[in-house]
Design a protein around this ligand. Structure first.
Ligand code: ATP
Length: 288
């Protein structure tokens, strides 16, 4: 039993076995390529597929522009972090990628599908977890996952999706308690399970660990790492620079609707002669 599993079993009666869930996650989403080829792709960016491409994306609310011409690419299997303080434009950007907000100009493509002209195709390959997501409080966790699964599939495939969701949520017998009795961490686990159980190719997560305690936040970061290892691309926003530095392969820093920096955490720290991403951000914003 791993250290992390022991901690959870001791402190949280409802948790079962994180290690089992992690191995299950590893088999969750089939990777078409041989694992060695996939690893090779990760180590050789020129051979990697573009999962997400934003070109000169603008978004205005009325006559106020919230996003000013963002361009970036995210490769398949990457964990990409959008950083920035309140009002920087992170949620707006994630909602445009998710097809929930119309872009004002520019283009966004997800696995080759344009969000403006092929939104249905985009929705088939993404899942979006908003920061303020909630679940129906009168349902049990299990009933909630069953309800959501019916939007995707039916019959055996639906039953499989629900059992995958239940394993991902890892709530033990509390899966049969009503959602309004869940703690914040339990609720977030249920919502992550809901977002991942349909096996998306691109998972879009807004402030996914916001307000969680150290253990819950750690566990959710492990889930994110695990799905990315299996080829799922992740784009997430966070205020937590430390979290992004630990978790993300590449980072985009936003300030007042602009993408002011783009690179790996190590590249950015080297460029700004900084010890942390927090220091990079402060130096970059002060320089402007
Ligand atoms: P936070 O970290 O606080 O969630 P954020 O980086 O996600 O912030 P956004 O929520 O994208 O930022 O907001 C960017 C800008 O757009 C802000 O100035 C915000 O007030 C504005 N904005 C967001 N949604 C709307 C809306 N529906 N109507 C008008 N303005 C909006």
């Amino acid at each position: 039993m791993s250290l992390i599993t022991s901690i959870y079993d001791t402190n949280h009666g409802y948790r079962q076995n994180l290690t089992t869930i992690m191995s299950y996650l590893e088999s969750l989403i089939p990777i078409s390529d041989h694992p060695l080829q996939f690893k090779y792709r990760l180590q050789n960016p020129t051979t990697m597929t573009d999962a997400l491409v934003l070109k000169d994306v603008h978004k205005s609310y009325g006559n106020r522009e919230a996003v000013h011409g963002i361009s970036l690419e995210v490769k398949e299997g990457e964990i990409f972090g959008l950083l920035g303080h309140n009002g920087a434009g992170k949620t707006t950007t994630l909602r445009m990628i998710s097809t929930l907000l119309r872009i004002s100009s520019g283009s966004i493509s997800v696995y080759g599908h344009d969000v403006a002209t092929e939104p249905e195709k985009v929705r088939e390959v993404i899942s979006y977890l908003p920061e303020d997501a909630g679940a129906y409080k009168d349902l049990t966790g299990r009933a909630y996952l069953e309800f959501i699964s019916k939007f995707y599939t039916s019959g055996d495939a639906q039953r499989e999706m629900v059992s995958r969701g239940i394993e991902l949520a890892d709530l033990g017998d509390r899966i049969d308690s009503k959602v309004d009795t869940y703690s914040k961490g339990m609720m977030r686990r249920l919502l992550i399970a809901r977002a991942i159980m349909p096996s998306p190719k691109l998972a879009i997560m807004d402030e996914v660990t916001s307000g969680l305690d150290v253990i819950n936040a750690y566990e959710i970061r492990e889930v994110i790492r695990s799905i990315a290892r299996n080829g799922v691309t992740v784009i997430m926003s966070s205020h937590n620079m430390f979290e992004v530095e630990m978790l993300c392969d590449r980072v985009g820093m936003m300030d007042q609707g602009n993408l002011i920096l783009l690179g790996t955490p190590d590249e950015l720290k080297e460029r700004f002669d900084a010890k942390s991403l927090e220091e990079v951000f402060v130096k970059a914003v002060m320089k402007e």
